[in-house]
Design a protein around this ligand. Structure first.
Ligand SMILES: Cc1cc2nc3c(=O)[nH]c(=O)nc-3n(C[C@H](O)[C@H](O)[C@H](O)COP(=O)(O)OP(=O)(O)OC[C@H]3O[C@@H](n4cnc5c(N)ncnc54)[C@H](O)[C@@H]3O)c2cc1C
Ligand SMILES: *[C@@H]1O[C@H](CO)[C@@H](O)[C@H](O)[C@H]1NC(C)=O
Length: 610
């Protein structure tokens, strides 16, 4: 028996080593590709030459190595990884510009971001930062937010409490302790548990990369829960973990406010996911200098340099399969006509629901392995965004490079449940959570681009069903009832905002409009207006799901990238790209980025010496 166990363990370790440390294919991070900063381009027309290249059959490069559906950072990121090792990749985007959640749009002279407010872990020598520097050839710059970067605002106007959230491994807990004297122990324990749990995320990557039988072995023997705290804490809800730490309701709220960045109320949220977000921002938060369109703008040329292309207004209506049920290309709708694009590898950044439910032929959709995956996942919560264009500088309006999380009470579970259960008119009157961020104050180039103006972005959750009846109407003309409902949400959100930002008065608002879940469906292709793709509740973190939903699909030559493959958020979607790239290039790119970070330190030192 012991012999069997030891032989088995040895074999297991060899396999783990092989798949974790194995590196067979070419390394996209082989050499330092950072170039000196080129002249900044902020002219919209100039940028659109890169971001808005319309689809034409004649623009499809020949002999493609891969085609990617969707130009979110999960799709573009993967294309860049492949391009860096010389592969010719075509990225197809249904919207009229590239970027997915990272695209921006302009109204009345105001430029608005869609889905990038703040990103963590971008200190110089962090693997994530080094990787992004390489993936944009050093052209994308990051601007740190203020410290405190978040403010948690709790309670009604007459009894409002505001808690600043600071970054910094020691500053974060220290400042919290100032706000909550007597709660030192709870704060230390909470942070310690979050750090320890978050550190175990490597096992999530491993489950998605190692062979299925090995993943099954790790799961069925219970090893996953022993090897790291991540999967041990994953089934525990945030409410459960936090309520056991403190009786202070405001502190409970401050511990959990960041659920807004993945979308599950504390009682459904997995502490594992929560721990990742807490640690993500622990060393600071950043914003892309020049706005979030800079991300796609600096990635696309790398794809093009390798012979690939990024084409927009290119809705893929189905994935093409050969008789052996292997993916062999995609069909793009050009007006009424189908244009077929052939490629030996098809990667989807369009999310698991779009990919499996809309793009597969019926008989493949019905395959048990596909159905099994679909049964494991559910749609995440829908989002409602309000975009405000303001007359005034950040100084005049009292805006800073930070975010506000505004809640009318501190009992988040009840607040959110009440709201989600309400009918739509009633819901508009009781917004439970309002995220308010000031993109223009975060961007040092803003003043030059739009002098005397500012923007404010507001985000909350909203049910798809509240807006569903208008989903088939034209996006810019959905009728007076839809407008009225949007206005009701806008009015109550403005009331909350103007209370927290007293310098913002009605006469300063030059532009305001709302995007609802059906707006998201139109522009970012989320099937039910989801903010963060597939739901991130406790079920998402079962080891079984973690191992089953992986870059390889049950169908040969079809792969998944982006937020549904790994986790949501800019970093999560890029981790999806990195995981998918690891599979396609047969090497562990997660480890390559860590090695890169070490070497970058070396590169930087060398630069200094010269
Ligand atoms: C309001 C909001 C605020 C956010 N704030 C932050 C933040 O502050 N920090 C952070 O880290 N993250 C934030 N996120 C989340 C983050 O932006 C996303 O998780 C991430 O960018 C998702 O990237 P992705 O590539 O997986 O998907 P997406 O960016 O959604 O890309 C998918 C793309 O596929 C396209 N597509 C779909 N179907 C088809 C088809 N059939 N044919 C062609 N193309 C198709 C879509 O149009 C879309 O462009 C926010 C998201 C939202 C919505
Ligand atoms: C913006 O405010 C200034 C004064 O503060 C005013 O002169 C100007 O007309 C305003 N612009 C718009 C477009 O409202």
């Amino acid at each position: 028996m012991w012999l069997f166990v030891s032989i088995f363990s040895t074999v297991l370790i060899i396999f783990l080593l092989k798949y974790v440390f194995g590196s067979y294919g070419p390394n996209p991070f082989e050499k330092d590709c950072r170039e000196p900063l080129k002249k900044r381009v902020y002219d919209k027309k100039e940028k659109n030459k890169v971001l808005k290249q319309g689809f034409l059959a004649s623009k499809v490069p020949e002999n493609l190595d891969a085609v990617v559906i969707g130009s979110g950072v999960g799709g573009l990121g993967l294309a860049v990884l492949l391009a860096k090792v010389g592969k010719k990749v075509l990225v197809l985007e249904q919207h009229s510009k590239a970027g997915g959640c990272c695209h921006t749009f302009s109204e009345k002279g105001f430029e608005f971001d869609v889905g990038i407010h703040y990103i963590g872990e971008l200190q110089d020598h962090k693997p994530f930062r080094c990787m992004l520097d390489q993936m944009t050839n050093g052209q994308l710059e990051w601007e740190p937010l203020e410290n405190p970067f978040d403010h948690v605002v709790l309670g009604p106007p007459e009894n409002r409490r505001s808690y600043p959230i600071y970054s910094g491994r020691t500053r974060f807990p220290e400042e919290l302790k100032k706000s909550f004297p007597g709660e030192e122990k709870a704060i230390d324990e909470y942070l310690r548990l979050a750090k320890k749990t978050g550190r175990g995320v490597w096992l999530l990557a491993l489950l998605k990369l190692c062979p299925v039988f090995l993943a099954k072995f790790l799961i069925h023997t219970g090893l996953v829960k022993r090897l790291s705290l991540f999967f041990k804490m994953a089934p525990r809800s945030l409410t459960d973990v936090i309520n056991g730490r403190t009786q202070n309701k405001d502190l409970r709220a401050v511990f959990s406010y960041i659920f807004g960045t993945y979308g599950n109320i504390p009682k459904d949220a997995s502490f594992a996911m929560h721990s990742l977000l807490v640690t993500h921002y622990l060393n600071g938060a950043w914003y892309p200098k020049g706005g979030s369109s800079e991300i796609a703008y600096h990635m696309i040329p790398i794809i093009e340099k390798a012979g690939g292309a990024v084409l927009v207004r290119a809705p893929v209506n189905r994935i093409l399969f050969n008789e052996a049920k292997e993916a062999c290309g995609v069909s793009v709708l050009k007006g009424q006509e189908e244009v077929h694009v052939r490629a030996p590898v098809v990667v989807s950044d369009a999310g698991i629901f779009n990919t499996y439910e809309k793009l597969l032929p019926k008989e493949l959709r019905a395959e048990p392995a596909i159905q099994e995956q679909l049964r494991m996942v559910k749609h995440g919560e829908g989002g409602l965004s309000i975009f405000m264009g303001l007359n005034g500088t950040k100084e005049e309006l009292g805006l800073k490079a930070n975010n506000y999380w505004i809640f009318p009470e501190n009992n988040f579970d009840e607040l959110m449940e009440d709201y989600m259960k309400a009918d739509r008119e009633e819901a508009a009157q009781k917004i439970p959570l309002l995220f308010a961020a000031c993109p223009s104050a975060k961007d040092p180039t803003w003043e030059e681009r739009a002098p005397g103006k500012s923007t404010l972005s507001l985000v909350t959750f909203a049910k798809y069903e509240w807006f569903e009846e208008w989903k088939d109407d034209k996006v810019t003309n959905r009728g007076p009832d839809y407008k009225q409902l949007k206005q009701a949400f806008i009015d109550s959100a403005l009331e909350m905002v103007m209370d927290v930002f007293p310098k913002i008065t009605r006469d300063k608002i030059e532009y305001v409009d709302a995007g609802t879940p059906i707006t998201n469906t139109h522009y970012i292709g989320s099937p039910r207006g989801e903010i963060y793709g597939v739901d991130h509740g406790v079920a998402r973190f079962s080891p079984e799901l973690s191992a089953t939903v992986r870059p390889q699909t049950p169908l040969k030559n079809l792969y998944l990238t982006g937020q549904d493959t790994f986790l949501c958020g800019f970093a999560g979607a890029l981790a999806g790209a990195l995981t998918c790239g690891s599979v396609l290039l047969s090497r562990n790119l997660h480890l390559d980025t860590i090695a890169l970070a070490k070497r970058t330190k070396y590169f930087n030192n060398k630069l200094k010496e010269e």
